[in-house]
Design a protein around this ligand. Structure first.
Ligand code: ZN
Length: 231
């Protein structure tokens, strides 16, 4: 027998009961937060920590990997494992590679009289993409930032001074960001190089004030390197 609506309502409330209600809410919440087993959740969480990937993009990326297990997921896992196993900081320039000295430092076609100093490895990669540097690099590992407790000793400056004193080096090009920190770091490094018999140069044209090398297009980077000035 079908009861009229008004007659059914009180009975339903009594069935659900106050004790059961929190449990139902809980199960809805848990279902919303978890869409997969712990291995996949962990994959998504790790992907979400990559720059440029929020949790939504991380889920998209994870799904793309899962759907292409043989062509993408397994080769990527193997490549990452291999890279993680062999990763090493270059003893000469602090670039990251799987060999030390790195591929760039040990390339015999490179001009060993020029060292291009950058803040981060991303800047080195950007310059390599632009294809304008035929010399070697030196990665400082950041810029001076007294407020964050980053002084000269936290950066790879001493090793640069050491390199600048070797007879084959004739020019040190400070390709640091056009930010206040980048420029004060350039100033400090230039002072440290005063005792070495090298020309110290910096970027002049093309790099906008506040510009970070990694974000510049290749043409702008190339122009900035070609139009360098002596500091
Ligand atoms: Zn190197």
């Amino acid at each position: 027998m079908v009861l009229p609506l008004r007659a059914r309502l009180p009975a339903r409330r009594a069935d659900a009961g106050d004790a059961e209600r929190p449990a139902r809410k809980e199960s809805i919440r848990v279902m919303k937060g978890r869409i997969a087993g712990p291995e996949i959740e962990r994959l998504i969480q790790l992907l979400a920590r990559l720059p440029g990937l929020g949790s939504r993009s991380a889920r998209k990326a994870a799904l793309a990997l899962l759907k292409r297990r043989h062509e993408l997921l397994e080769p990527l896992a193997a490549a990452m494992q291999e890279a993680a196993r062999n990763l090493v900081a270059c003893e000469v320039c602090a670039n990251l590679d799987t060999v030390s000295p790195c591929t760039i430092c040990s390339d015999p076609r490179r001009d060993r009289s020029l060292i291009v100093v950058v803040e981060e490895i991303g800047d080195l990669w950007a310059l390599e993409r632009a294809g304008v540097v035929n010399g070697l690099y030196h990665v400082l590992g950041g810029h001076l930032s007294p407020l964050d407790g980053i002084g000269p000793d936290q950066l790879n400056i001493a090793r640069l001074v050491e390199r600048a004193h070797t007879s084959e080096v004739r020019e040190v090009l400070l390709a640091l960001n056009a930010t206040v920190e980048g420029q004060s770091t350039a100033h400090y490094v230039r002072e440290q190089l005063a005792g070495a018999d090298v020309k110290v140069s910096g970027l002049q044209h093309g790099v906008p004030v506040g510009g970070e090398l990694d974000y510049l297009d290749e043409g702008t980077l190339a122009a900035a390197i070609r139009a360098r000035r002596t500091l």
